[in-house]
Design a protein around this ligand. Structure first.
Ligand SMILES: Cc1cc2nc3c(=O)[nH]c(=O)nc-3n(C[C@H](O)[C@H](O)[C@H](O)COP(=O)(O)OP(=O)(O)OC[C@H]3O[C@@H](n4cnc5c(N)ncnc54)[C@H](O)[C@@H]3O)c2cc1C
Length: 401
């Protein structure tokens, strides 16, 4: 009997085990989970609904959504991508739905749809599940022919040390997907306001995040901020989460903002500047921004806007500077940037370059994505790749017992 041990009963571990049994039913597969509960993150994911993948319809460049691991994933998606994942879940009894924002959820709007599917298949295929069983040395698994490490992110690095001592390079972990603390009472008094299309950017870098931006009672959140936190995860960690932040409150470029303001001054000369916004922004935010830019002159009519006012207003709308003063947890999703370096694995098979027949899948690898279902997609793709690699290696080497 050929035996595979899967270390970690999370998203990647279950997807790997179930696919391995489908590809090779005669293989004995055991999942070792250190805690008393499997699939704990899947349960709380996406606010309890599990944003299990994305349509990728708005993804032009994988680097946009996978700041770490985009090259490897581009390669692995040829073997198993978001369309394969979508079809896989539907074929295994989990109907899915794609939202307007391209995020994919179970139609039931409940993460238990995915958990129940995995648990049902694990029983059906006789996957052994050993709970309360932590593995941190290969000597614990001497009877196994293949070992897959799917232990997930390790925010403090403690889960990576035993892998490092085996000869794997480890990229030090830092958090990703968090919101920004900004100590500006006038801004935070606008909590609850959403700007549908903003651009958040770290000045002096190319790092930016676009999309909806939410003003909160502690600072800023929403997809634009979460994307930027992912792109700039390491830079922000190195700076102790103290950094300048530039906000463009509109998708328009600086020159286009200027044109819109000039046209408004001609078309609506009598309107009060502080109460008439030509840019799609919540009125209270527009009032705050015009006052920030022009002070008492925000009470003028559009016809009174002079060149200096214009420059200040354009600058505030297109390059509004704040100071990030810390980070806060985004409860719906967070991941760890860092993990087992991709240089330590064979990019085609995800087999360790240091230890034969040892494989890695999921967040334990130095792969992480922005919010929107991209992290689970990375887990499904890497887990599927490992299942396939184990079966292929086994067939090639003719391992029999
Ligand atoms: C609150 C929250 C919400 C999220 N929502 C989403 C979302 O909606 N969409 C999305 O794409 N991503 C989401 N994510 C990210 C996503 O959950 C992870 O990227 C994904 O779970 C990674 O899967 P994994 O199997 O690699 O790790 P995990 O799911 O973390 O599983 C790892 C498992 O290994 C076990 N383990 C660890 N060490 C050992 C050991 N030594 N021995 C035995 N067992 C061990 C752990 O207990 C755990 O059960 C969310 C994350 C969080 C925290």
């Amino acid at each position: 009997m050929i035996r595979t041990a899967v270390i970690g009963g999370g998203a990647a571990g279950f997807f790997l085990a179930v696919n391995l049994k489908e590809m090779m039913p005669e293989m004995e597969v055991t999942i070792f989970e250190r805690s008393s509960k499997v699939l704990a993150k899947v349960e709380v994911s996406g606010g309890g609904r599990c944003n299990c993948t994305n349509s990728f319809a708005e993804v032009r460049d994988l680097q946009q959504v996978y700041p770490r691991g985009h090259r490897l994933l581009k390669r692995l998606f040829k073997g198993f991508d978001h369309q394969d994942a979508y079809a896989w879940f539907e074929q295994h009894g989990v109907p899915l739905v794609t939202q307007d924002d391209e995020c994919v959820f179970p139609k039931a709007q409940d993460s238990h749809a995915i958990i129940d599917c995995f648990l049902r298949l694990a029983v059906q295929y006789h996957v052994n599940i050993e709970k309360n069983h932590k593995i941190d040395a290969l000597s614990q698994l001497e009877d196994y022919d293949y070992i897959a490490v799917t232990t997930g992110g390790s925010p403090r690095g403690e889960g990576l040390r035993w892998l490092e001592t085996m000869g794997h390079e480890v990229v030090s972990p830092v958090p990703s997907l968090f919101t920004f603390t900004i100590n500006e009472p006038q801004l935070t008094s606008l909590m609850g306001l959403v700007v549908e299309d903003a651009v958040a950017h770290i000045p002096g870098t190319k790092l930016q995040g676009e999309g909806p931006l939410l003003i909160t009672h502690w600072g800023m959140s929403g997809p634009a901020i979460l994307k930027l936190s992912s792109q700039a995860a390491r830079l922000l960690a190195e700076a102790g989460y103290q950094m300048p932040l530039s906000i463009r409150w509109t998708p328009l470029k600086e020159s286009e903002v200027q044109e819109v303001l000039q046209e408004t001054a001609i078309r609506e000369p009598q309107k009060l500047l502080g109460t008439f916004s030509p840019i799609a922004l919540p009125q209270r935010l527009w009032a705050y921004l015009t006052e920030k830019a022009l002070g008492a002159r925000s009470k003028i009519r559009w016809m009174e806007l002079n060149k200096k006012d214009m420059n200040r207003l354009v600058n505030t709308l297109a390059n509004d500077i704040y100071q990030i003063a810390g980070r806060s947890v985004f409860k719906d999703e967070f991941v760890t940037c860092g993990g087992v370096a991709l240089s330590s694995v064979n990019p085609a098979t995800l087999e360790s370059r240091a230890v034969p027949h040892l494989y890695f899948a999921g967040e334990v690898l130095d792969i992480d994505g922005v919010t929107g279902g991209f992290n689970f997609q990375a887990a499904w793709t890497t887990a599927y790749t490992v299942a396939k690699s184990i079966v292929t290696t086994n067939c090639r080497q003719g391992v029999t017992k």
